[in-house]
Structures are given as structure tokens and as C-alpha cells.
Design a protein around this ligand. Structure first.
Ligand code: DC
Length: 223
């Protein structure tokens, strides 16, 4: 039977993971969060005390002894680093920063590329990330570029932070968002960019429920 692959890319804060998870559940596909893979490699670098900022050569040797595994428990993706379940540990701001840094290292991207390819080969899946439609799954059955204005994404992130009781100003969150957009789309290797054949879905003016419906309908119409 033919395997169906859906690629969803877009900037930070566009709601990719929430929307992809719901859409995958609705379609009976697995959801693969590729950011979690980069976070796991980043966490490993942090634990080994590698100076990610300056030490690209050292980072590139990290993958030699590294075992990153992804397992599904009740449909939920869990990440394992050398056999240890690190699914919670990869969600800290430090791991997020480390993920961003290791994601610019070619050897890390190559290592994770093979893992992502193999997963997609044998599973109906929605895979989300930054370079899925452009690099990892250029032949995906449906490609979606999910975005929203920096202001809309910052507003959502700001509300989330406030609900968690984290101190932050809207301006700070917005500036951070704009900087990350710039870094993600200007890095030399696999920058964030809309694939030529990706469908653009802009959620600036619609809420989460409407965004989920938009994505599910877009996928159903195109498979
Ligand atoms: O989506 P996220 O915040 O969990 O991603 C963590 C980091 O990994 C982020 O800085 C971008 C990077 N990343 C990437 O370069 N390519 C992907 N396919 C997914 C994430």
C-alpha cells in the first residue's frame, strides 16, 4: 500500500505542533515532531558541556556516539537519548537554545535526515519542522507552509507565557520572534523557506479551532 506523507513547515509560534498533532489524530496518521530530534541532540551537547557557540568541529563529532530514538506510546512521540527517556528534559529554554545551535551543524542535520527519511518511508505521517517540504521529504504528497504574522504569533506566545506566570513584555516576545525568524531563514544550511509547491496557510486572523479545520481540509483535498 502506498504510504502518505504530509510535510508542514513554518516559523516558530505558528501553532505547527498543536495543529499537526490534531490533524494526524483525525486522519489516523502518526505525527512526527522533528524539532524534538534537534532538541535531543542539543540536550546531549549541553550535558557533555560542549561549547556549542564556538565549537562546531566538536559538535560534529557528537553524532558518532549518539543514539537518538523516537518511540510512540499511545500515539505520543517520546524521545530517547542513549536509551534514556528525555521527552520532558528537551522542553527547557536551554534545550531550545541548544537545539537552535546544533541545527546549524551539517553533520547533525545529515544524521537526523536519515532518521526522518526512514520514519516517513514506512508510515503514513504528518511531519513538521523547518525543512521538511524542501529537504527531507521533497516528494511529500501534501506540503503546507503554516505561518502567521509576527505580531499574531507574538501575541499568542505572550498569552501563553502570562498564563504560565512567566514575566515578559509583548515587545520583548515580538522582538524575539522577529530575531528567530531572521536566524531560521538566513542560516546557510536548510533555511526555513516555503517550498515552491507548498500550500500557504496563514492563521493570523483565525483561531486555533479554525486553523485545525483549515489544515485538515487542505490535507484531505490534496491526498
Ligand atoms: O520546533 P522546535 O522549536 O522544537 O525546534 C527546535 C529547533 O530545531 C529550532 O531552533 C529549529 C530547529 N529545527 C530545524 O532546524 N529543522 C527542523 N526540521 C526542525 C527544527
Amino acid at each position: 500500500m502506498k504510504v502518505i506523507n504530509v510535510a508542514i513547515d513554518g516559523p516558530a509560534g505558528a501553532g505547527k505542533s498543536t495543529i499537526s498533532r490534531k490533524a494526524a489524530a483525525e486522519l489516523g496518521f502518526i505525527y512526527i515532531d522533528t524539532g524534538a530530534l534537534y532538541r535531543t541532540v542539543g540536550l546531549n551537547a549541553l550535558r557533555l558541556g560542549v561549547d556549542i557557540q564556538n565549537d562546531e568541529a566538536v559538535i560534529s563529532t557528537l553524532t558518532d556516539d549518539l543514539k537518538v530514538e523516537l518511540k510512540f506510546t499511545d500515539g505520543e512521540q517520546r524521545m530517547f537519548l542513549n536509551g534514556e527517556d528525555v521527552s520532558s528534559d528537551i522542553r527547557t529554554p536551554e534545550a531550545s537554545m541548544a537545539a537552535s545551535r546544533v541545527s546549524a551543524v551539517p553533520k547533525v542535520r545529515q544524521y537526523l535526515f536519515d532518521l526522518q527519511k526512514n520514519l516517513a518511508k514506512s508510515n503514513n505521517c504528518i511531519m513538521d519542522g523547518r525543512d521538511i517540504g524542501t529537504v527531507v521529504l521533497p516528494d511529500a504528497d501534501v506540503k503546507i507552509f503554516l505561518t502567521a504574522s509576527p505580531e499574531a504569533r507574538a501575541e499568542r506566545r505572550y498569552k501563553e507565557l502570562k498564563e504560565k506566570g512567566v514575566e515578559a513584555s509583548y515587545e520583548e516576545v515580538l522582538n524575539d520572534m522577529i530575531k528567530r525568524d531572521y536566524d531560521d531563514s538566513h542560516r546557510a544550511i536548510a533555511p526555513l523557506k516555503q517550498a515552491d509547491d507548498a500550500i500557504l496557510c496563514d492563521t493570523s486572523d483565525i483561531d486555533l479551532q479554525q486553523s485545525i479545520e483549515l489544515i485538515i481540509n487542505t490535507i484531505k483535498e490534496n491526498i
